[in-house]
Design a protein around this ligand. Structure first.
Ligand code: AHR
Length: 515
């Protein structure tokens, strides 16, 4: 009898602990250690990707010098201004799958002398190579982004890739430097980021990891650092949770590379669904799939740690984003999709994950910049629309090259039917001027969430903020209504004793600034 009583007391104590912690979680709490920042959030986490696919390059970026659409040397002025506004740090080009069919010499010299090819991956359309190396480097200079070029390993040669690097970067007299000069560019360019193929396990050659590792070792041998140029060599990494690929690449090539990539799309390949016409079930499914990025980054990093404990090799998530059915009536090979508040949440969550893993994740590239997949900009003739995802990049740019602040978040759950995920996502940083920025997402489309934040090691006297939200889960901007979803001032945060309290409306993204 006594034993039963003791057991009951113990059980009730344990239950109270569980219930207590559940209540605690319900309250949403976070500790931000403002004086414990040690790692820098590389600005390159905020990188982009532009492929010769659909209307990303042609129409989206390049309209040609004779176009009535305002342009500088053929590149759209409105798009350049918009991209400068979000401070794109780097741009990956020319693919994607296109990269392993691209022969760079087709894209230099007078436009009317350039040969055409078939874009076999994307719609079978004619690619006339009007946009090539010089045009891409001009674009990068106009938007002040660093180029990230993906070389052709799948169908190209070692010599061809060596010559491309020589053409771009050789500062003395050499066959390729002379060719560059003949094409109007005297000075060499500077380029660091160099990809050795794309998706070598798939459209980049269907290679096995061991075979690709050997091919990579050979190609990279002939990528020279001419003059003062220093290449940052990026190997094709895994898709999704293929940790075995990461294991082999790290084991066989780690000393020869600076970065290893990872591709992960938020997609259900069997049923991609509509970008705009969806229910809460699909909202939940997409956000849950997005959160999986956290596990992917951690588990690939663990494999990398085994071969590179000092974390010299960066994990480069150079393709990520949502992938839905194309918009009705558009070319299925062009991957054109609308972009709603749901996509903004996907971007906000992913960028918080990348910030919080900046120790290993030092570059990422959303797919893709314009008119393709999770685009930040949509264009139609001379019109341009900034998507909700664009606004997230604008709101998060304060994290670029700032000091990551450690965060301990206890989030309530957002449950749907029998499933549940954390309701909140958060990252924090301190910039060079000492300002603290906190980006928060409330994934729950029905309920507001209040979070109490204990800010340790700082005593700000002012908090201000901006919010991105809308009435409907599928709210989006169109050419007719381009400003339906855009950031607004936010007054839902108040300083309190040891930190601050924020009330996040349902389905919202907030950036706070504390001074
Ligand atoms: O971004 C679209 C395509 O997705 C890329 O070309 C390829 O690398 C990936 O499979």
């Amino acid at each position: 009898m006594k034993r039963a009583l003791v057991a009951a007391v113990v059980l009730s104590y344990l239950f109270s602990l569980v219930a207590g912690s559940a209540q605690e979680t319900e309250r949403n709490t976070a500790i931000i250690s403002a004086d414990q920042g040690k790692l820098t959030i590389s600005k390159h986490i905020y990188g982009h990707f532009a492929e010769h696919l659909g209307h990303c390059i042609y129409g989206g970026i390049w309209v040609g010098e004779n176009s009535p659409i305002p342009n500088v040397r053929g590149i759209r002025k409105d798009v350049v201004a918009a991209l400068r506004q979000i401070q794109i740090p780097n741009l990956r080009w020319p693919g994607g799958c296109f990269a392993d069919t691209y022969h760079w010499m087709d894209g230099i010299g007078p436009h009317d002398k350039r040969p055409s090819i078939v874009n076999t991956n994307w719609g079978g359309v004619t690619e006339d190579n009007r946009f090539g190396t010089h045009e891409f480097m001009d674009l990068c200079e106009q938007i002040e982004a660093e180029p990230y070029i993906t070389g052709n390993v799948g169908s190209g040669t070692v010599r061809e890739m060596e010559q491309w690097v020589e053409y771009l970067t050789h500062d003395g007299k050499s066959p390729m430097a002379d060719l560059r000069r003949a094409n109007g560019r005297e000075k060499p360019w500077r380029i660091s980021y160099w990809g050795l193929g794309n998706e070598a396990w798939g459209c980049g050659g269907r290679m096995r990891s061991e075979y690709y590792a050997d091919v990579l070792r050979r190609f990279q041998t002939y990528l020279y650092n001419f003059g003062g140029n220093r290449l940052f060599k990026i190997a094709c990494g895994a898709s999704d949770d293929n940790y075995a690929w990461t294991e082999v690449l790290m084991r066989e090539t780690a000393p020869m590379i600076h970065g290893l990539s990872l591709h992960y799309y938020t997609v259900d390949w069997a049923n991609k669904g509509s970008a705009t016409n969806f229910t809460e079930k699909e909202w939940f499914k997409v956000l849950k799939k997005t959160l999986f990025m956290n596990e992917l980054v951690e588990r690939h990093s663990t494999v990398m740690d085994k071969y590179d404990p000092k974390k010299r090799v960066s994990l480069i998530v150079d393709e990520w984003g949502t992938w839905y059915d194309v918009e009705p009536g558009t070319n299925p090979g062009f991957l054109f999709q609308q972009n709603t508040l749901r996509d903004a949440l996907v971007a906000g969550i992913n960028l918080n994950i990348f910030n919080n893993h900046c120790e290993r994740v030092r570059m990422t590239n959303i797919a893709q910049t314009i008119n393709v997949l999770q685009a930040v900009i949509l264009t139609k003739d001379d019109q341009m629309v900034l998507t909700p995802t664009y606004h997230v990049y604008e709101m998060y740019k304060v994290h670029q090259d700032a000091l990551l602040l450690p965060v301990d978040l206890k989030s309530a759950e957002y449950s749907f039917e029998k499933d549940r995920i954390p309701a909140l996502s958060l990252s924090a940083s301190k910039d060079k001027a000492g300002k603290i920025h906190v980006t928060l997402c409330n994934l729950d489309p029905q309920r507001a969430n209040t979070v109490m934040i204990d800010l340790r090691g700082a005593k700000p006297s002012r908090v201000s903020g901006r919010i991105l939200t809308a009435g409907a889960m599928n709210a989006h901007n169109t050419f007719e209504k381009p400003d339906l979803v855009k950031p607004a001032d936010f007054s839902g945060a108040q300083l309190s004793g040891s930190g601050f309290e924020v009330r996040l409306p349902a389905k919202s993204i907030v950036t706070l600034e504390l001074e």
